[in-house]
Design a binder for this molecule. Structure first.
Ligand code: SF4
Length: 443
């Protein structure tokens, strides 16, 4: 459990000097206990008090980083159990397994090639898990080196043999790989290796109780760059363990469980495997290690992850403004929609498919969709008309015709009155744009 405000106050200097930005040490203690201040805001805390206060001020789940360059994966540092309470911060890293006795280079090339573009976002696999399937330390070391040469993605080195991990990790130390795994038999040696290269170390228990004991022993050795694996592989039990770990970390501030987590899929069918991974992404794996490279399965997983890790309090918006689609000319048609990203990219995709170069206005509705923005008074003639009248579109096109979404045909008159443009009511749904462009615009 974290310390109470009163317990924290007893450890502060009690000079009420105000340098922390609040009037008294008591107020600062209360802010610390509530997680609304950080200890470094008080310059006068003694080293002893700092150590004692760590449990009250440290985040409930430690932030652990792996990888290097522009491929750093941040794990943990989550604050809530339920996404709607605040948000989840660090999206689950998706890794794909490569056996060290397979054609490592070809498999890593295939993983590198898994890239999707969807509604303006780019998705790719976060990491490669090289598995010591051969049981041979040299084969493992060579496979890790071959994978590292082929990809900048985060590396996960999977072997419970410390000799194999030590040999392989030494060659990729600067890449800050994740080492898997420390267990009851090997943890002292594994901690030594992890410490040497400052790499995150997965701690694998036989069950939750064993895991808590093992974490305690490893922390006692002075290492805290940890990721947790309860050892379960059956979906419902993994889900129960991940949930228990998160609850204990957040609700009870149980320190042994205050670390990111890892889960492995076991399903053979790619669609079931993606479903299993979706369960772990939802609750609460920081890393999921998979086998499939099937694009359709992975795309559903990325979309799911996006939904889970989107801040529920902030609509996803694109920059408001005028977007040119294709090689526009003064004759190009002008469409308007809102700057809610899902709507915008859906409309943009449909316009692209018409092959008729066009302008698309992303009108600033603070990220609300068309009907919501209309109902909320943000996507109405009184706003669009004056904006359009002053827009530099007046210099870019020669026709002054604006195509609006069919669902808000009611705003046509006001836009015309306030802008001097002619308004054409377009289709109600984006998927009607193709037919509309063919029939009305000669696409
Ligand atoms: Fe108290 Fe430290 Fe704040 Fe000064 S800076 S008021 S000593 S908590």
């Amino acid at each position: 459990m974290g310390l109470t405000g009163l317990a924290i106050f007893k450890l502060l200097p009690k000079t009420n000097c105000k340098e922390c930005g609040v009037p008294t040490c008591m107020a600062f203690a209360m802010a610390l206990a509530a997680g609304k201040a950080t200890l470094d805001q008080c310059p006068y805390v003694s080293d002893e008090a700092k150590e004692a206060l760590e449990s009250a001020t440290a985040p409930p789940i430690k932030l652990v980083k792996a990888g290097s360059g522009d491929k750093v994966l941040e794990m943990g540092d989550e604050q809530v159990i339920f996404r709607h309470d605040k948000t989840f911060y660090h999206p689950t890293g998706i890794f794909i397994e490569v056996a060290d006795d397979s054609n490592v280079e070809a498999k890593v090339e295939e993983i590198n090639g898994i890239v999707f573009e969807r509604v303006g976002q780019r998705y790719e696999i976060d990491g490669v898990a090289i598995v010591n399937a051969s049981g041979n330390a040299d084969t493992f070391k060579n496979a890790v080196a071959a994978a590292a040469a082929k990809t900048g993605k985060v590396l996960l080195l999977v072997s419970e043999d410390p000799a194999a991990i030590e040999a392989a990790a030494a060659g990729v130390a600067e890449r800050k790989p994740i080492l898997y795994a420390a267990n009851g038999d090997n943890y002292e040696k594994m901690v030594e290796i992890a410490k040497k290269i400052n790499a995150p170390l997965v701690v694998k228990g036989k069950d939750l109780s064993d895991l808590a004991d093992l974490v305690g022993k490893i922390v006692g050795l002075g290492y805290k760059e940890l990721i947790l694996d309860s050892g379960e592989r059956e979906t419902s039990k993994v889900l129960a363990d991940l949930t228990q770990i998160r609850r204990q970390a957040i609700k009870k501030r149980f320190r042994p469980f205050g670390y990111p987590t890892i889960a492995f899929t076991t399903e053979e069918d790619p669609y079931l495997e993606a479903l299993q991974a979706q369960v772990y992404v939802s609750k609460y794996a920081s890393v999921v290690v998979m086998k499939t490279t099937e694009l359709a399965s992975l795309l559903t997983l990325f979309s799911w992850r996006d939904n889970i890790y989107t801040d529920p309090q902030k609509p996803i918006a694109v920059q408001p403004g005028v977007y040119a689609i294709g090689d526009v000319t003064p004759d190009s048609p002008v469409y308007i929609t809102t700057n809610f990203s899902l709507t915008f990219y859906t409309v943009q995709t449909e316009i692209e498919a018409t092959k008729l170069p066009s302008y698309l206005i992303a009108f600033d509705t603070e990220g609300l969709s068309v009907l919501t923005a209309w109902a909320g008074g943000k996507f109405i003639g009184e706003n669009i008309g004056p904006w359009l009248k002053d827009s530099d579109l007046n210099q870019k096109v020669s026709h002054k015709k604006l195509i609006i979404p069919g669902g808000v045909a009611a705003i046509k008159g006001k836009i015309e009155e306030l802008s001097g443009w002619e308004v054409i009511v377009g289709p109600r749904e984006a998927n009607g744009i193709g037919t509309f462009a063919k029939l009305k615009l000669g696409a």
